[in-house]
Design a protein around this ligand. Structure first.
Ligand code: EPZ
Length: 422
């Protein structure tokens, strides 16, 4: 297993490139199942999650061609409509093939994802929406076995879910009649999926509102599409810059996708300037101060940025209350941060109170999920002395060679192979 060794205290400066959002690339790749013509996605980063979904699509008979910056997927010869546990247990977004398979082929067998480190993450909303559209669904040996054909329906989500929104939209675009979805997710990645589907010939009205109206079409066609930039990766480099009092141009960064995060940086006198190239972050005069955070659905503060800001606020002046409203177990990085000298009180599984300290100190810590893991890397960048962040495979799911990007900005971080203990 690989780990990062970080010597903290270096100021970051220069420029770094942010690519397409992981959480947009994945549903966009699944959408390629809706047509027999090629879909080419640009601005791709070859994260391990992207490779996992590529493998699944290939196992179903899709042709997947990877270029340096783009991926072309053609689903003209799908021979298998099953997504096995091997794939879904690695990454729950592989579950999202359910909707497009059912919409186009009227059948799918997809392993249930089960819970994961950050929470239970059920799929009841996906299932209820598909049943409302006429699917017969059985749970057999841990698999969702779904059969169509589907019909149009009016669906109201009692709770906002990004994945259930993606899945239902993909199920509806080829389904005859008018499907109405109330209370869909408005996350930029969900809007990006709709934009791709519209380019493929789908008829979807109400984009960016809480009611989507989808008129099924008989066929979708191939297209080229540039994936939106990764707002969480942008926030990661912004926080790294803030922590180290640096000045970094995040090329491809787009502040319009992360206003709620920007609002938590402004009180600490971190200057953010949007240019044509990207987002310039200037923290040379920063004075980190306590700021309360409550995560919520877009346009609220994103849960995926919570661990980043938790690290930043752990060295800010004063006490910050952080409330996590999306997941029931997203503070796993906190005990590790405390081992690095942070003073964070876990009130309950939804609330922590951060008492800012003047500095962190290096320690060996372990990532238990993607965003918590990168939060620990950020802590290592500013901690005094050496830190080891273990289990970086979690981080590789969402960041492509992050250590190389940080090194180019002046950080002292290396990846190394850890010997097996015991
Ligand atoms: C997406 O997950 C993202 N993943 C997550 O990012 C992100 O944290 C999440 O949206 C929220 O923004 C990808 O895009 C690949 P949800 P998703 O369905 O779609 C509950 C990262 O680090 N729920 O919006 O799985 C669920 O348990 C990842 O990049 C139900 O109760 O999230 C959660 O509490 C982590 N029933 C809440 O809704 C359902 O049927 C939001 O989950 C579905 C969800």
């Amino acid at each position: 297993m690989y780990a990062f060794k970080i010597n903290g205290g270096r100021t970051l400066s220069g420029q770094v490139q942010v690519k397409g959002a992981k959480n947009a690339i994945l549903p966009l790749m699944a959408a390629a199942l809706l047509t027999d013509e090629p879909i080419t996605l640009h601005n791709i980063s070859y994260l391990s999650d992207v490779l996992t979904l590529s493998d699944l699509l290939t196992s179903m008979g899709a042709s997947v061609v990877q270029d340096a910056d783009s991926i072309t997927i053609q689903c003209s010869q799908i021979t298998c409509t099953t997504a096995s546990y091997d794939y879904v247990s690695k990454m729950r977004a592989t579950f999202w093939v359910l909707g497009p398979l059912l919409g186009r082929f009227h059948q799918a067998k997809v392993s249930l994802p089960g819970g994961c480190a950050i929470g239970a993450r059920p799929v009841d909303l996906y299932i209820k929406a598909l049943e409302k559209m006429g699917a017969t669904i059985e749970i057999d040996n841990g698999y969702v076995v779904a059969k169509g054909p589907l019909h149009a329906a009016e669906i109201s989500f009692p709770k906002i879910s990004v994945g259930a929104t993606h899945n239902t939209i993909m199920a509806a675009v080829l389904t005859p009649g008018i499907t109405v979805i109330h209370n869909p997710a408005l996350e930029p990645e969900a809007v990006d999926l709709i934009r791709l589907l519209q380019k493929m010939g789908a008829d979807i009205q109400g984009v960016g509102t809480r009611t989507l109206t989808i008129t099924g079409v008989s066929k979708l066609h191939g297209t080229d599409y540039a994936v939106i930039s990764d707002r969480i990766e942008t926030a990661t480099f912004a926080v790294a810059t803030a922590l180290t009092r640096g000045r970094v141009m995040i090329k491809g960064g787009d502040i319009s996708l992360m206003q709620s995060v920007a609002e938590t940086l402004y009180p600490s006198q971190i200057e953010l300037t949007q240019t044509q190239d990207g987002l310039l972050v200037d923290a040379t005069h920063a004075n980190l101060v306590a700021t309360p955070i409550t995560t919520s659905e877009y346009p609220g503060f994103p849960t995926d940025s919570q661990p980043l800001l938790t690290t930043m606020l752990s060295v800010a002046k004063g006490d910050s209350l952080v409330t996590e409203r999306i997941y029931e177990n997203r503070f796993m990085h906190v005990p590790e941060l405390n081992r690095m000298g942070a003073n964070i009180q876990i009130i309950d599984n939804k609330n922590i109170l951060i008492h800012g300290v003047s500095e962190l100190s290096g320690a060996t810590v372990t990532s238990s999920d993607l965003r918590g893991g990168i939060g620990l890397v950020l802590a290592g960048l500013v901690a005094k002395g050496e830190s080891i962040v273990q289990r970086v495979y979690h981080i590789d799911r969402g960041y492509h060679r992050v250590e190389e990007k940080l090194t180019a900005l002046g950080a002292d971080i290396v990846r190394f192979k850890q010997e097996k203990k015991g």
